[in-house]
Design a protein around this ligand. Structure first.
Ligand code: 6R9
Length: 645
C-alpha cells in the first residue's frame, strides 16, 4: 500500500514504490549506477538476453555518426528470439497471447502454437516469393495474424511496414510506394464499435496507384463480402494454413533491417523510420523487463496500443514475446459492447500489468469512476502510460480508480525513432510524480538544453536531447539519409534532437512539455499540420489552409483548421462539415479536424510564415498576444469578427 501523500495540488502528489515490489524489483539503484558508469558495457551485458547465431563481440560502432551500428558482428533471427527459443527452453505450453475479439470470441495461443503459426506464415510468404530484404506492408486489425505476420516477415529477413488500419487508401498508397512494397497482408475487415468494418476496399483503392505490389494476402476475419483480384489476391488460409509448421530460421546480421514505421514529421511527407534487428531487439527486450518490472512466469501483461503504432511494435510484438511474457491482445474499442469492456478483460484474464495512453484515461474519467468500480481489478500491480504528457489529474485518477492506490505508474517517454522507452521511472526505486516521466532508463543519457545547445540548470525549460547513442535508435529514414541528418542531428551535432520541449525540476526529474515543431499529438497519435493542410488545399473549394493543435480535455490536442475559400464558394456549416469529411477520407478518421473555421485572411509574418501561435490562441479562446510581427495586425480582428458571425 502506498503511503498517503496526497497534497492539494494534483501535481504535488507523490507515489513511492510499493514495498513488496521494491523488495523484488528487477531494477535496483545499483543497476542504474552500473549502467551510468559504462553504458556500452551495460548494453553489451543486456545483449545476453537474446539468443544469437553468432554472439557479438562489438557493442557500439559510432565511427560514422550519426549512422550507428550496434552488435554489428553478431547474427540473430528476431522471430526465433520471440518464439522458437522459448519452446526449446521448455516454455512451449505457456500462453503467449490471450486473444479477445471485440464480439467476444477468444483464442489462447501458446508459445508452441505461436512458433508453428509463424513458421507456417513464413513458409506461406516464401511460397509467394518473399525473401530477405523485400518489403511487406501489413494492414490488419488487432488480431493474432498481425503479430504472426510481423514475425513471419522478420523470420525471412523481409522488412515489414505496418500501416494503421485507420489510415485511408491514400495514406496507404503513399507509404507502400515510398517503401517499395511488393506484398500486402490485410483482412476482409475487423470488428470496431460493435460491427464489422471493412479493410480490403481501402487496399483495393490504394493499389490502383501502387504499381510495385504484386500480391495481396487476405486474412478472413469478419466474413464480409470481399472482392478478390484474380492473380493478385490470395486468402491467408489458402497460402498459410496448408504449410508445414517447421521452418529453419536464418540468422541475419544484427544491422539487417527489421522494419520501417511511418510517422508524421514537420513537413507533409511521412518519414519512414528504419529500425534494424539486434539493437532494436536488445533495447525493447530490456526496457520491457525493466520499466514494467516484468516477471514473465507470473505476469499477464496488456498493452492497449494498436500494432499500427510503434508502441504496438515494441511493447506488443517484440518486447513481450522476446521476454516470453503472457499478454492480452484485444481487437476492439473500449466501449463495445459496453463501457466497462476493458475492466472486464482485466478481470477475465487477471491482467497484472496494464499499459495505455492518457487520452484513454481521460475518456474513462469522463465516463465516470462508477464504471471501473464494478469490476475486480485486484490482479493489477503495475501500470504504464505512453504517447503524450499525462496531466496530473488523469494520472491521479488512473492511480486511484484503476490501480486502486496500489500500482505504480510508469509514464514512459519515447518515440517511433527511439524504438524503446527512454525516460521512465524504474518502479522499484523511484518515487513518482504525476505528470513527470522522471529519469532516463538505465543505459540512456538525456539532457535539457537551450537553443544553442548549452545544458540548462534544474528549473529551466528547453529542448530535450539524447546525449549518447542507444541500441534501439533509428538508423536512418528510409531512402533519405540527408533528411535523417537534417531532422535529428544537424541542430546539436552528436546529440539527438527529439523535437520535444522539456524541463528538469529542482530534483532533476524530467517533465515533457510537448512538441516544439509543427507536429500535433492527438490522442497520442502524431499528426503533421502540413499533411492536413495539404489535404485541405487539395479540396476544390480551398485556397489556403492553416492547421493548429489546440489543447483538448480528452484528446490532449485537437486539430483545428482555418481555411480561406476560393471565391465563388460559400462559407457555411455544410462546407465546414464537407471539409472535415474530406480530410477524414483523405488521411483517415483520426485526422478529421475537430473544427474547420472559414476565414477571409490568415495571420502571416513579414516573411510569409503563418503565425500558428495566434491561431492557436483563437482556437483555445485566448486573448491574442503580441501581433507586432504580423504584416497586417488588423487581420486578427477580422478573423475574430468573422468567426462570431
Ligand atoms: C511512443 C510514441 C512521439 C511523441 C514524442 C512526444 C510524445 C510520447 C510521451 C510523450 C510526454 C510521454 N510523447 N510519450 N510526451 N510524455 N510519456 O508515442 O511514439 O508516436 O513517435 O510519438 O509523442 O511528443 O515526441 P510517437
Amino acid at each position: 500500500m502506498t503511503a498517503d501523500t496526497r497534497a492539494t495540488d494534483p501535481a504535488d502528489h507523490r507515489y513511492p514504490p510499493p514495498a513488496e515490489l521494491a523488495a523484488h524489483a528487477n531494477v535496483t539503484q545499483e543497476t542504474l549506477d552500473t549502467a551510468a558508469a559504462d553504458p556500452e558495457a551495460f548494453w553489451a551485458e543486456q545483449a545476453k538476453r537474446l539468443t544469437w547465431g553468432t554472439e557479438p563481440t562489438e557493442t557500439l560502432d559510432w565511427s560514422n555518426p550519426p549512422f550507428a551500428k550496434w552488435y554489428a558482428d553478431g547474427t540473430l533471427n528476431a522471430a526465433y528470439n520471440c518464439a522458437d527459443r522459448h519452446v526449446e527452453n521448455g516454455l512451449g505450453d505457456r500462453v503467449a497471447i490471450h486473444f479477445e475479439g471485440e464480439p467476444g470470441d477468444n483464442r489462447d495461443i501458446t508459445y508452441a502454437e505461436l512458433t508453428a503459426e509463424v513458421c507456417r506464415a513464413a513458409n506461406g510468404l516464401a511460397s509467394l516469393g518473399v525473401k530477405s530484404g523485400d518489403r511487406v506492408a501489413i494492414y490488419l486489425p488487432m488480431i493474432p495474424e498481425a503479430v504472426i505476420s510481423m514475425l513471419a516477415c522478420a523470420r525471412l529477413g523481409a522488412i515489414h511496414t505496418v500501416i494503421f488500419g485507420g489510415f485511408s487508401a491514400d495514406a496507404l498508397s503513399t507509404r507502400i510506394n515510398d517503401c517499395g512494397v511488393e506484398v500486402v497482408i490485410t483482412a476482409d475487415g475487423g470488428y470496431r464499435r460493435g460491427s464489422p468494418s471493412a479493410l480490403k476496399p481501402a487496399v483495393d483503392k490504394a493499389l490502383q496507384s501502387t504499381p510495385g505490389v504484386r500480391q495481396v494476402v487476405v486474412v478472413k476475419r469478419t466474413g464480409q463480402d470481399t472482392e478478390m483480384a484474380e492473380g493478385r489476391d490470395v486468402w491467408w488460409d489458402d497460402v498459410v494454413a496448408t504449410q508445414p509448421s517447421e521452418h529453419t530460421p536464418e540468422m541475419f546480421p544484427a544491422e539487417h533491417p527489421l522494419f520501417v514505421m511511418y510517422t508524421s514529421g514537420s513537413t507533409g511527407k511521412p518519414k519512414g523510420i528504419l529500425h534494424t534487428t539486434g539493437g532494436y531487439l536488445v533495447g525493447t527486450t530490456y526496457t520491457m523487463w525493466a520499466t514494467y518490472d516484468l516477471k514473465p512466469e507470473t505476469d499477464v501483461y496488456w498493452c492497449t496500443a494498436d500494432i499500427g503504432w510503434i508502441t504496438g511494435h515494441s511493447y506488443v510484438t517484440y518486447g513481450p514475446l522476446a521476454n516470453a511474457a503472457t499478454q492480452v491482445l484485444y481487437e476492439g474499442t473500449p466501449d463495445a459492447p459496453h463501457k466497462g469492456r476493458w475492466w472486464e478483460v482485466i478481470d477475465k484474464y487477471k491482467v497484472t500489468i496494464l499499459h495505455t495512453a492518457p487520452t484513454a484515461i481521460r475518456t474513462f474519467m469522463k465516463w465516470g469512476e462508477e464504471i471501473p468500480a464494478k469490476f475486480d481489478l485486484s490482479s493489477l500491480r503495475m501500470m504504464g502510460s505512453v504517447g503524450e504528457p499525462i496531466n496530473p489529474e488523469a494520472y491521479n485518477w488512473y492511480h486511484e480508480h484503476i490501480g486502486r492506490g496500489r500500482c505504480p505508474i510508469a509514464d514512459t517517454w519515447w518515440q517511433t525513432e527511439t524504438g524503446m522507452h527512454m525516460i521512465a521511472p524504474m518502479p522499484g526505486i523511484e518515487t513518482a510524480k504525476p505528470g513527470s516521466a522522471m529519469t532516463p532508463v538505465p543505459g540512456v543519457a538525456v539532457d535539457v538544453v537551450d537553443d544553442e545547445g548549452h545544458s540548462l540548470p534544474n528549473g529551466e525549460s528547453g529542448l530535450l536531447v539524447v546525449t549518447k547513442p542507444w541500441p534501439a535508435m533509428l538508423r536512418t529514414l528510409w531512402g533519405d539519409d540527408q533528411r535523417y541528418i537534417d531532422t535529428y542531428w544537424a541542430r546539436f551535432g552528436d546529440r539527438y534532437f527529439a523535437g520535444d520541449g522539456a524541463k528538469k525540476d529542482e530534483d532533476g526529474d524530467i517533465w515533457l512539455l510537448g512538441r516544439v515543431d509543427d507536429v500535433m499529438n492527438v490522442s497520442g497519435h502524431r499528426m503533421s499540420t502540413a499533411e492536413i493542410e495539404s489535404s485541405l488545399v487539395g479540396h476544390e473549394a480551398v485556397a489556403e489552409a492553416a492547421v493548429v493543435g489546440a489543447s483538448d480535455p480528452t484528446t490532449g490536442q485537437a486539430i483545428v483548421a482555418f481555411v480561406i475559400l476560393i471565391s465563388g464558394f460559400e462559407a457555411s456549416d455544410e462546407m465546414a462539415a464537407e471539409l472535415r469529411n474530406h480530410v477524414g477520407k483523405d488521411i483517415g478518421p483520426i485526422a478529421k479536424p475537430r473544427q474547420v473555421m472559414i476565414v477571409d485572411e490568415l495571420p502571416k509574418t513579414r516573411s510569409g510564415k503563418i503565425m500558428r501561435r495566434l491561431l492557436r490562441d483563437i482556437a483555445e479562446n485566448r486573448d491574442i498576444g503580441d501581433v507586432t510581427t504580423l504584416t497586417d495586425s488588423t487581420v486578427m480582428d477580422s478573423i475574430a469578427k468573422g468567426l462570431k458571425k
